[in-house]
Design a protein around this ligand. Structure first.
Ligand code: ADP
Ligand code: ZN
Length: 223
């Protein structure tokens, strides 16, 4: 199965993608996470990406496609992948289609997470992320058992630099201008499934599983 998780920042794509990837034994390919590790490693690409991410803008398509190309060449991606936060522009969607086609593959489904803007703002500004394993928490609605400490691995929790209110607003603007047009594109390909992104994490997870199992039952995409 090759799935893309599409939706605004803060829609909960990462939380759900991580769980589903674990369950299916396929990699979660999150371009934001890849960029953040390049930034942490201090590579030239990482430093440039960090500068762009801090403003809430998007990293250029050719940089992203280079990262995706490298990632798909790793053996664990042969069985499938969950793309999380990618593609994010029409250019990336077209480049992905081409890249997968060359490999004799295609996207099976695109899951869109619908969440209101007020809820996105609340989630993002209260979000805390584990420095070690990437697990996410929320100060009010999903607090860790011990403040500042990850329940999963004991790592340190911190607030992402781009989760400040001003940058969150900018990210939402960038999303509506550059990413929202992908909804119509994938709708026209018959790949789009909508998931209610608000409510309990388990409820969303159940809805998402129904949506993906319906596709798996059809035997995946027609090649
Ligand atoms: P969120 O979905 O909450 O915005 P991400 O971790 O997916 O978080 O993305 C954080 C930032 O990383 C984005 O604001 C953008 O600058 C950069 N980024 C991530 N994925 C992409 C992508 N596919 N194309 C361009 N920039 C990206
Ligand atoms: Zn952790």
């Amino acid at each position: 199965m090759r799935i893309a998780f599409l939706g605004p920042p803060g829609a909960g794509k990462g939380t759900q993608a991580r769980e589903l990837a674990r369950e299916w034994g396929v990699p979660q390919i999150a371009t934001g996470d890849i960029l953040r590790s390049a930034a942490a490693a201090g590579t030239p690409l990482g430093r440039e990406a960090a500068r762009i991410m801090a403003t809430g803008a998007l990293v250029p398509d050719d940089v992203i496609m280079g990262l995706i190309g490298d990632r798909l060449r790793q053996p664990d991606a042969a069985r499938g992948s969950i793309f999380d936060g990618f593609p994010r522009t029409i250019g990336q969607a077209e480049a992905l289609e081409k890249l997968l086609k060359e490999r004799g593959e295609a996207l099976d489904v695109v899951l869109f997470f619908a969440v209101s803007e007020a809820e996105l703002l609340r989630r993002l500004t209260g979000r805390r992320v584990c420095r070690t394993c990437g697990e996410t928490f929320h100060v009010a609605s999903q607090p860790p058992q011990r403040a500042g400490v990850c329940d999963t691995c004991g790592g340190e929790l911190h607030q992402r630099e781009d989760d400040s209110e001003a940058t969150v607003r900018r990210r939402l603007e960038v999303y509506s201008r550059q990413t929202e047009p992908l909804l119509a594109l994938y709708e026209s390909r018959g790949l789009l499934r909508r998931v209610h992104g608000e409510g309990a994490i388990d409820g969303i997870r159940a809805e998402l599983k129904r949506a993906t199992e319906a596709v798996a039952g059809r035997g995946g995409a027609a090649r």
